[in-house]
Design a protein around this ligand. Sequence first.
Ligand code: ADP
Ligand code: ASP
Ligand code: MG
Length: 408
Amino acid sequence: MALIVQKYGGTSVGSTERIAQVAERVAGYLARGHQVAVVVSAMSGETNRLVAMGHELGGPAASRREMDVLTSSGEQVTVALLSIALLQRGVAAKSFLADQIALHTDGAHGRARIERIDTEALRSEIAAGVVPVIAGFQGVNDLGEITTLGRGGSDTSAVALAAALEADECEICTDVEGVYTTDPRIVDGARRLQQITFEEMLELASLGSKVLHPRSVEFAGRYRVPLRVMSTFVDGPGTLITLENDTMEQAEVSGIAHAVDEAKITVSGVPDLPGIASKILGPVGAKNIEVDMIVQNTGVDGMTDFTFTVKRPEYEATMALLHDVANEIGAREVTGDNTIAKVSIVGVGMRSHAGVATKVFDRLALENINIQMISTSEIKISVVIAERYVELAVRALHDAFELDLEPS
Ligand code: ADP
Ligand code: ASP
Ligand code: MG
């Protein structure tokens, strides 16, 4: 008998009708002899609505703790509704909030990390034939306070539970039929991948593909949890996240990710001296603002320019901070742009194919898209461009690498 942890995202539990359909799907698995534990997100749009209300009244600056109490409430609603729907169908089910299963995290409100889960209670419920319906996205810290795992974090709740319960598979059930070569809402010809390696999926997720929360992929890789992304409403095999990609002919590029919530800041006319990067980025790091790409120009006449990117919600705070820093180090000016986007191509095949970067640059040039920054690693190439070109760039690169075709 296989134990499967299933996670249903916001759209899948977006109405009572859909919740009833999810209950039917779960019942189908039980009828086929499986054991199931379910993790759910808040109804679609609900977390945004809660966040917006909190912001209206001054959160999160006023209190990250209270923002977590607020935003975690969305999942409390859906665990109860799905449990009711299951009970109505004659399935023994019971809802659980994070503190009821001791899903412990660190204390970082709004982006907490899972540390341990008490599976004893869950195991005995499952053994007794009960389907536990667990609130995703939330945890408790050592003080017993509610924490949340960051937007999209229910995926991570599910994978962590699957690891702790030593489940046979973790299914991420969502509104698309798997992981595609790029966001199928942007490119009509995006193709579902039968499988993708953890390494590539982690890059795609970290670089903006919303389909999986980056930390869920990290967890699955570390604890060897078989992880599958599939549709809640359309039957099909979905996409398996695998350790090795040996069965397929390796394409140059496996997928394209994009992120529009980016901003860039340039400090110009900086004295080109040792320690300058630390003087500029030190105060940013001290405020817990995450810096992504960093570029320092070659110095000319003892002066240089320094550019880096941050997440867009951190833009104003970083600009304010940098004005003080610029005064201190005697830089000429600080300029910024919060209308940029990052487009990235990812593939383990890049290791063995030359000319991938050239193909990216040539195609973007052909489309007349200016590249503002570039960053590469062994299996990815990211470019920063103006936000208004992001869909054009994704479509053009999808075409350039013929991602709509099965690799031969
Ligand atoms: P859920 O609410 O179920 O967690 P999300 O909205 O978080 O769903 O994630 C699913 C969405 O991710 C899809 O609707 C799709 O628009 C988007 N997405 C982005 N990149 C990809 C990709 N490479 N493959 C599939 N979906 C993607
Ligand atoms: N409800 C949370 C969010 O919207 C968590 C999730 O859906 O995974 O971010
Ligand atoms: Mg999600």
